[in-house]
Design a protein around this ligand. Structure first.
Ligand code: ADP
Ligand code: ZN
Ligand code: ZN
Length: 667
């Protein structure tokens, strides 16, 4: 009896058996359409079998085996199986996620038949001839390139260098070497509008090669086409955001993860995977080298590089600009700020205006003010659905919840007492923008945040304006921090940074350091020296001191020292069980039951008390969490696998939903 085991996109941790009389080994990895319930579903054949645990009478027959494209390679299935195991997610959900939506639905994009089925000829192995003249590599760059291309087999390297130190140049040279050998390369970048820029640079460098992009913002057909180009071996380079770690690449020989510390590599819903970690696993499985690049590596990665598990490749200086920007601390404890800005920063802005240079004021909070309040009666703008304040957006006269998207008109008077003098409290980018416009009437002020750059098109337009010199003062959030060259920018002012120093999340300082280093790195790239001013009430804080020295290693070591004492990652391994329900009591009761069930097998595992999440209520649901920790990753993995079965068996009240987040980044 021919039986296929099919992974279906269902929240059940099991495979589904179907009769498939005409199936054979070559069908493993193919999509199939099968009857399920009253309808049809598309899934992926994971294995063949001759017998089923289900009674024969209950076995249904597959509707169709889709042989219109090559089967997914065994390596791809193994990658999905690893993710299912490691992230405790049903395999069918993983394979569904790993396929572009169109293919997942059993369809194909319009594309020549030959392109889908015939593998690329040997022509792709011809080394691509660059049409542009390549810069002479600096000694450190050359050493890094040599270290990477000389590697055969699995090897993790950390390419550590500040913005502008020539990391991208190193990736491109290493990729060229891979293509010359007839291999494919995969390059992961963070989830921002970085790809068009890099794509251009790649295309200029590799005219003969085929570069395929992959990100969730692409159209269905384009994504499916890219996937098929990769699968057929025609695409030589895949450049994309986290989801491209699942691209099938039959001749994959090297992986690059740029900005490896970036939080967008970790998906925060559904399959909660870290694309960086999955990429490392994939490189290990394929026995190929992987390069992680960053100016501010994650502490996990830096720890491995310091202990010798990863090879550290340093690019100690910038490739073009003479010097790093000068970082100065502005002590705001004794100063009366003007609309939140210090005299030093105002003078700096004035000077840049006079010189015709650009400045950037960095404030990581969008909107006009974080809350609207009625001082006489104490009313404040609260979201009805979340345990959060509504943010005032004066630009379009709305109050908005940044967590659930709820919005309302700005009331004319206090809903509680009728007072018409409602006051905005605190400061967001819109308020800063308004204030800068007032103070520097001749300046062209441009705000860049998720509101002004709400679509890729708007974002590109803003970038074009900046590049064309069409703005004097930029006001922006972390959106501005990454991956863009602003040749005229010579001053960066950071305001409101202190908030992250004492945040409840132990990763907040790590993120703050990376952000400040990155925004600072935007300044002074061309021949104009850059200056960074950081306003703070804690001028002696070690984080700021390390920034002044551009000393990432010092910062990282002090943070790692604290984490070692506290037993936080990378010195321990964590998973978070989260539950949301109609009442907090239901959520916490479920977590308590989960804890009790787990305690039996919790050898070497710490199960903490269930607690409400920091954002207690989201979209009217009350949320709780339970942290699980271990000093051993294998022990944690073994525990989680056993625990999941118990969790699936627990009774849950109506409306309660739960999920497990392995290696959580958000607390
Ligand atoms: P990173 O990725 O570290 O920010 P890039 O590779 O983008 O650095 O390099 C920064 C700038 O310096 C780019 O404009 C790049 O073309 C240029 N560059 C890189 N390496 C060299 C080199 N060896 N000689 C001259 N210019 C270089
Ligand atoms: Zn809300
Ligand atoms: Zn009031």
């Amino acid at each position: 009896m021919n039986i296929v085991r099919v992974a279906l996109d269902l929240p059940l941790p099991r495979l589904f058996d179907y009769l498939a009389p005409d199936s054979d080994d070559s069908d493993v990895g193919r999509r199939v359409t099968v009857p399920f319930g009253t309808g049809l579903r598309t899934g992926v054949v994971v294995e063949l079998a001759t017998a089923s645990e289900q009674p024969d009478a209950k076995l249904k027959q597959v509707t169709a085996i889709l042989r219109d494209m090559p089967a997914m390679p065994a390596e791809w299935l193994a990658l999905c199986e690893f993710c299912a195991r490691y992230y405790q997610t049903p395999l069918g959900e993983v394979t569904a996620f790993a396929l572009p939506p169109m293919l997942r639905r059993g369809k194909l994009p319009r594309i020549g038949k030959a392109r889908i089925t015939e593998p690329a000829g040997s022509s792709s192995a011809v080394p691509p001839a660059p049409t542009i003249e390549l810069p002479r590599l600096l000694a450190a760059q050359q050493a890094a390139v040599t270290a990477i291309v000389d590697k055969a087999g699995f090897h993790v390297m950390l390419l550590h260098g500040v913005t502008g130190s020539g990391k991208t140049e190193v990736y491109l040279r290493a990729i060229a070497a891979v293509l010359a050998r007839g291999g494919q390369a995969l390059m992961l970048v963070p989830e921002i509008a970085l790809t068009p820029q890099l794509e251009g640079r790649g295309a200029a460098r590799f005219p003969a090669a085929q570069v395929v992009c992959a990100n969730s913002g692409m159209g269905d057909a384009a994504r499916a086409r890219g996937f098929l180009e990769a699968l057929s071996g025609r695409a030589q380079i895949v450049l994309g955001t986290r989801l491209s770690v699942f691209m099938p690449l039959p001749r994959l020989q090297m992986i690059v993860v740029d900005e490896e510390h970036d939080a967008s590599f970790k998906q925060q819903e559904g399959l909660r995977y870290s694309a960086r970690d999955v990429a490392i696993w994939r490189a290990h499985q394929l026995n190929i080298p992987i390069v992680l690049g960053s100016a501010t590596p994650s502490l996990e990665t830096f720890h491995h590089a310091s202990s010798g598990r990863y090879q550290l490749l340093e690019l100690p200086e910038r490739a073009v600009a003479e010097a790093m920007p000068v970082v100065r601390i502005v002590d705001t404890r004794r100063e009366k700020l003007q609309d939140g800005l210090s005299a030093a920063l105002l003078a700096g802005l004035q000077l840049r205006l006079e010189r015709g240079e650009q400045s950037l004021v960095f404030l990581n909070r969008r909107g006009y003010a974080p809350v609207l309040a009625c001082p006489p009666c104490g009313w404040i703008s609260r979201c009805q659905r979340c345990a959060a304040n509504l943010v005032l957006h004066l630009a379009d006269q709305r109050l908005r919840c940044h967590h659930c998207g709820f919005e309302a008109r700005v009331p004319r008077a206090c809903p509680d007492c009728g007072n018409v003098d409602l006051l905005p409290f605190g400061r967001g980018t819109q308020r800063l923008e308004a204030m800068l416009v007032e103070r520097f009437p001749a300046a062209r002020v441009l705000r860049i945040d998720r509101d002004s750059a709400s679509t890729p098109k708007k974002w590109q337009a803003l970038l074009a304006t900046i590049h064309a010199g069409g703005a004097d003062i930029l006001v922006g959030t972390q959106m501005l921090a990454k991956g863009h060259d602003f040749p005229l920018l010579t001053l960066v002012g950071a305001v409101g940074a202190d908030a992250a120093l004492f945040a409840a999340d132990f990763r907040a300082p790590e993120r703050l350091f990376a952000q400040l280093m990155q925004v600072g790195g935007r300044s002074g790239r061309a021949d104009l020296p850059g200056e960074v001013l950081i306003q703070t009430e804690y001028p002696d804080h070690p984080l700021y001191q390390a920034l002044i020295e551009h000393d990432y290693a010092r910062f990282a070591q002090s943070q790692l020292g604290e984490r070692r004492i506290a037993g936080f990652p990378p010195f321990s391994f964590q998973a978070m069980l989260r539950a949301e329900a109609r009442t907090m009591e239901q959520a916490l009761d479920f977590l308590a039951a989960a804890r009790k069930a787990g305690e039996v097998s919790a050898e070497g595992i710490t199960l903490y008390d269930p607690v409400p999440m920091r954002l207690q209520r989201l979209m009217t649901l009350e949320r709780g969490q339970l942290l699980v920790e271990s000093l051993s990753r294998p022990a944690l993995q073994a525990f989680l696998a056993a625990w999941m079965e118990q969790l699936y068996a627990l009774k849950t009240p109506a409306g309660l939903r739960w999920h497990l987040d392995v290696d959580p980044l958000e607390f």
